[in-house]
Design a protein around this ligand. Structure first.
Ligand code: C2E
Ligand code: MG
Ligand code: MG
Length: 572
């Protein structure tokens, strides 16, 4: 509270005045707010309003009582300090904020102003007060909202940054080290999408409880938003504390959660950066912990990593690549290569798979395995997929001139489903390019069901209704291929190249492929063999009833110009 010649009292009771009890009663009766008069901490008089604030019934209950009965000890100290600090010539009341314990043991906050009077020949304090408890509670609520996360009650980003700043300053001054830990939940999105947001909220609350268990009182754990948490571990001088905390956090996160009466398994990815070892500034520390976390995620999640200098170089490179990827269409750096799909009995080229290539002006060819996941993350995959489908459809329609049965396949990224679901985009592409929907195959993987399965199924069914063919790519590499195969409206499956046996003496793979083929047959699905590199492999697949295949034995993926002469060709 500022010392502003407080309006609470000064106009009514000039400081330094001699006062009688009658005076006092008269003066204080005129004031609407609680008032109390005391000497050496003993209450001499209190008006009705003050009695009310105390939660008592009559003035008698207060009179001649020590102030300490009603106030915590520091209150009296604060009044005395305020009075001592007053300049001798100062007019007006001395402001202080006081806490009082009401009769019912609840607390109230008072804004007070004290003047020094002479009463019965003794210097006496007259303190006039106003109950500001409600305002205080309101302020406290606002402070909490500004600094704490509503859902988990943990410090939020604002308070976290404030504390980190303070710890960094302290570490600099005292030559300490501070570790910053970024903790990101794996599979949180899956929980939210499949079990609903209420379950997601429950999970975050439970995670926050578990995280707090892993830390000391002096550490700060905060929620940055979404499924991102951070921990500040100040004073790292004492042994491998950060490692221990990281291991404990991981153990806490992999222990099953119960959500909606169901056991749910998640894990966490952690990145750690230490000040001043890894960073000279707060921003650098934040960035480097994030880079280390990102590395943990891309290396398979459920682990922790300390930041290292080469991570920085890598992150830099990745950032540049990501920037370039945003403009890849405008700069026309994407090309499609086509790999023939062969009828294994007639050896004729009956279709082609479109495989994207990024020709980067500085880095040369970049594999789709690198940039497709990046494009998914950046949200540019939709535009890229649309371009690919349109370009491949237009190209295939040209090739179909002399080979009317020729079809084209395009790989569909699992996050693509949202936009295709309207179906309008696809209709426009078919109209513009003239390609009949039946000449298009979209290759999907079972991951398509991992995020929003319902929406994905809706889109897939729409595509099938249009006449588009769906093939399940990389079959055999996932976790739940058999059940997924039953659910997905696919009419073909591509056996992953890791299942195409390399030699005749690979009995296990042979048994597996035979099982896949007989399964496909009984479910009435076509089978396409991938990665055929030898005649023996082609013959093996053909003899077991796999009628289509592709691989380096026939041709590597080639640009359209080279592929033109291949369409409809028969391989000897
Ligand atoms: P995929 O769809 O399973 O494609 C087959 C991959 O195997 C291609 O790699 C192809 O070049 C390679 N391949 C073909 N025949 C052989 C062979 O005989 N031996 C060996 N060792 N490899 C062979 P590529 O072109 O590097 O593509 C990798 C993956 O990137 C593709 O796997 C696909 O999942 C993805 N991809 C490519 N283009 C696109 C696209 O336009 N959209 C999306 N979403 N993903 C794409
Ligand atoms: Mg494919
Ligand atoms: Mg494949």
């Amino acid at each position: 509270m500022k010392r502003t010649g407080n309006s609470l009292v000064t106009t009514h009771i000039p400081s330094g005045r001699d006062i009688s009890l009658a005076d006092c009663q008269q003066l204080l009766a005129a004031l609407p707010m609680g008032v109390l008069l005391h000497r050496e901490g003993i209450i001499q008089y209190a008006n009705q309003e003050m009695v009310h604030i105390f939660g008592l019934e009559s003035t008698d209950q207060l009179l001649h009582q020590p102030l300490l009965t009603f106030f915590p000890p520091e209150t009296w100290k604060r009044i005395e300090q305020a009075v001592t600090a007053m300049d001798p010539g100062e007019r007006g009341g001395i402001p202080a904020e006081l806490t009082l314990i009401r009769a019912n043991d609840t607390q109230a906050t008072l804004e007070s102003s004290t003047v020094v009077l002479t009463f019965q020949g003794q210097p006496t304090y007259c303190t006039v007060a106003k109950d500001i408890s409600q305002r205080k509670q309101h302020e406290e609520r606002i402070r909490r909202q500004a600094n704490y996360d509503n859902l988990t009650g943990l410090p939020n980003r604002t308070l976290f940054l404030d504390r980190l700043q303070r710890e960094v300053v302290r570490a600099r001054r005292q030559n300490h080290r501070v570790a910053l830990m970024f903790i990101d939940l794996d599979r949180f999105k899956w929980v939210n999408d499949t079990l609903g947001h209420a379950a997601g909220d429950d999970l975050l609350r439970e995670v926050s409880d578990r995280l707090q268990k892993c830390l000391r009182k002096s550490d700060t754990v905060a929620r940055m938003g979404g499924d991102e948490f951070t921990a500040i571990l100040p004073d790292m001088a004492k042994g491998p504390y950060a490692e221990r905390v990281a291991s404990e956090v991981l153990a806490q996160l992999v222990a099953p959660f119960t959500l909606c009466g169901q056991e749910v398994l998640i894990s966490g990815s952690i990145g750690i950066a230490v000040f001043p070892d890894d960073a000279a500034t707060l921003d650098e520390l934040l960035r480097n912990a994030d880079i280390a976390m990102y590395r943990t995620k891309s290396a398979g999640r459920n682990g922790y990593r300390f930041f290292t200098a080469d991570m920085h170089a890598e992150a830099q490179e990745r950032m540049e690549l990501e920037n370039d990827l945003r403009y890849v269409l405008e700069r026309q750096e994407l090309v499609i290569h086509y790999q023939p799909i062969i009828h294994l009995t007639t050896r004729r080229v009956i279709g082609a798979e479109s495989l994207l290539r990024w020709i980067h002006p500085k880095r040369g060819h970049i594999s789709p395995a690198v940039f497709i996941p990046m494009a998914e993350e950046l949200g540019v995959i939709n535009r890229i997929t649309e371009w690919t489908i349109r370009t491949a459809c237009a190209q295939a329609q040209k090739w179909r001139g002399d080979n009317p049965d020729f079809f084209i396949s395009v790989n569909l990224s699992c996050t693509r489903c949202r936009d295709l679901s309207a179906g309008e985009n696809m209709q426009t592409i078919f109209q513009e390019t003239g390609l009949p929907p039946t000449a298009l195959v979209l290759e999907i993987t079972e991951n398509i069901l991992s995020e929003n399965a319902e929406r994905a199924m809706l889109m897939l069914n729409q595509l099938v209704a249009m006449g588009v063919n769906l093939w399940l790519d990389d079959f055999g590499t996932g976790h739940s291929s058999l059940s997924v195969l039953k659910r997905l409206p696919v009419n073909g499956i591509k056996i992953d190249r890791s299942f195409v046996p390399h030699t005749a003496s690979d009995p296990e793979t042979i048994v597996l492929v035979e099982a896949i083929l007989s399964l496909a047959k009984s479910l009435n699905r076509q089978v396409i063999g991938e990665g055929i590199e030898s005649e023996a492999q082609a013959e093996f697949l053909r003899s077991r009833g796999c009628l289509m295949g592709q691989g380096y034995l026939f041709l590597k993926p080639e640009p359209a110009e080279l592929f033109t002469s291949i369409v409809g060709k028969t391989f000897a």
